[in-house]
Write a protein that binds this ligand. Structure first.
Ligand SMILES: NC(=O)c1ccc[n+]([C@@H]2O[C@H](COP(=O)([O-])OP(=O)(O)OC[C@H]3O[C@@H](n4cnc5c(N)ncnc54)[C@H](OP(=O)(O)O)[C@@H]3O)[C@@H](O)[C@H]2O)c1
Length: 229
């Protein structure tokens, strides 16, 4: 079996960790890492899949190049605005695209649990989503906190996350802690997830990259990568 050729967009913390991981894996080969100002089209011409861990300013170019070169995409960038989110949906009409603001197995499981709890408990419970990340993180609340909030709102039949309280803290080099608390004056239910290394997200992104190659066009999430029969 031929190795899957992976292009990486974004040469920051995640991009570098991904590139280092691919080096040691027999079924994957690094096609290259896209730096600011480099030729993305040329890179994608020699790739089977592109993983985007740049920032929102980079994602627009990644979407255009992925469509132009018909290369499946895994995007983990958080903080996309409405316009970029629409572009993402448009791109998914043309290619298979996994977008997830958290690539970890634990958060995928937690999302399912939170959905079930919110469906059962309903709107009587106040929901607080607290997150802690490293001081370099640019967006707040984290994409993961927002994604969990959207899951709660959807499960409760609410059109927005307005009734959910978000708390963000930036401290040291914390790779990512999240806690979802549901409470009334008499009862508290809490879910928490913590990672000690961003390698967890790297492993999830590589799993998504292997999965997305050969899928039909569409917008997928880690829920699909991990749980689709
Ligand atoms: N989905 C997940 O599981 C997950 C996990 C961790 C992080 N994330 C998200 O992934 C993204 C990257 O995280 P990170 O910690 O790796 O950030 P980072 O260290 O700041 O790296 C971002 C990289 O993107 C590059 N970049 C920005 N704009 C660009 C442009 N217009 N063209 C080309 N390159 C550009 C930056 O280049 P310069 O240095 O030249 O600016 C930098 O190398 C963030 O949105 C973060 O929230 C998601």
């Amino acid at each position: 079996m031929n190795s899957i050729r992976i292009a990486i967009a974004g040469a920051g913390r995640m991009g570098q960790a991904l590139a280092a991981s691919i080096d040691g894996l027999p079924d994957l080969v690094l096609a290259g890492v896209w730096h600011r100002g480099a030729d993305l089209d040329a890179l994608l011409k020699k790739a089977d899949v592109v993983i985007d861990f740049s920032l929102p300013q980079g994602t627009e170019a990644v979407l255009a190049a992925a469509i132009g070169n018909q290369v499946p995409l895994v995007c983990g960038v958080s903080g996309l605005d409405d316009k970029l989110t629409r572009r993402l949906h448009e791109a998914a009409l043309h290619l298979p695209l996994v977008y997830d603001r958290n690539m970890s197995l634990g958060i995928a499981v937690l999302e399912r649990s939170v959905r079930e709890a919110a469906t059962t408990l309903g709107t009587a419970f106040e929901v607080v989503i607290a997150e802690v990340h490293h001081v370099h993180k640019k967006d707040a609340p984290s994409g993961t906190a927002l994604k969990l909030g959207e899951a709660v709102a959807e499960a409760r039949g609410e059109a927005s996350t307005d009734r959910i309280k978000f708390e963000s803290e930036r401290r040291g080099e914390v790779p990512g802690d999240h806690q979802v608390t549901m409470r009334t004056p008499t009862e508290t239910l809490a879910f928490s997830h913590s990672v000690t290394t961003r390698q967890v997200f790297v492993d999830g992104a590589l799993r998504a990259a292997r999965w997305v190659v050969g899928q039909p066009p569409g917008l997928y999430a880690m829920q699909d990568v991990l749980f689709r029969p």
